[in-house]
Ligand binder design. Structure first.
Ligand SMILES: O=C(O)CCC(=O)C(=O)O
Ligand SMILES: [Fe+2]
Length: 218
């Protein structure tokens, strides 16, 4: 199976990950500015439901690094998921199989929950090297390389993810995966990855996120 292909490590350089993602069932969003991939039905509904339960058990108000003082910037709730949880192990196995990204470079899987009116305003997932917290967040494992995100449900209205620089809006659907490279081809940080988890208008939205780093995590 594809799990047995060699690992692409941190995802830097990106070519092996891009080659691996160029598989049946994966859509590449056409853009010269950003490597962005969408895979529908990546996780089965039962696994999504199990993950929602886990998130509800551990959620707390989300934090942001490099806070800009705007308390409405990220209003969701966050929960770190246990690496020993069988549901988490299964998700991580599937992410490795799809992307080849090395789990040793991955942060712990994180869940987010957005109630009506909650959002995560425009941001990039990498840390600004000039930020005061850069050493604290990136001193050991380096900056982020790839982001892998999965919608666990479909809220009744709102909650899309908008990539403004490439004019792309992705609608949440149960089990749909998004993966993008936070770098340009030369490895530099890519500002065109700017994205906005838009306000949920009706219902609740759940996602999981897995971020990969330049060096091994922890
Ligand atoms: O919820 C979304 O659509 C985006 C989430 C996100 O960007 C993040 O957690 O970094
Ligand atoms: Fe993000």
């Amino acid at each position: 199976m594809s799990e047995h292909l060699p690992s692409s490590g941190s995802g830097l350089p990106p070519e092996p990950v891009i080659a691996r993602l160029s598989a049946p069932g994966v859509q590449r969003v056409p853009s010269a500015k950003l490597d962005l991939f969408v895979r529908k039905d990546f996780l089965p509904p039962e696994l999504c439901a199990a993950l929602i339960e886990r998130i509800d058990a551990v959620r707390r108000p989300s934090t942001i690094s490099d806070s800009n003082g705007d308390a409405s910037y990220r209003t969701s709730e966050t929960g770190d998921l246990s690496a020993e949880d069988p549901a988490v192990i299964e998700v991580e196995r599937r992410i490795l199989a799809l992307t080849g990204l090395d789990p040793a470079h991955g942060e712990p899987l994180q869940g987010q929950r957005y109630a009506v009116g909650q959002e995560f305003k425009g941001h990039t997932d990498y840390f600004e090297p000039s930020g005061i917290d850069y050493q604290r967040y990136c001193g050991v494992a380096g900056n982020r390389t790839w982001t892998v995100m999965v919608y666990l449900n479909q809220p009744e209205a709102g909650g899309a993810t908008r990539f403004k620089a490439i004019d792309k809006i992705v609608q949440p659907e149960t089990g749909k995966l998004l993966a993008w490279n936070n770098r340009r081809a030369d490895g530099s940080l890519n500002a065109a990855t700017l994205h906005h988890g838009m306000k949920v208008r009706a219902g609740v939205k759940y996602v999981i996120t897995k971020w990969f780093r330049e060096k091994a995590w922890g």
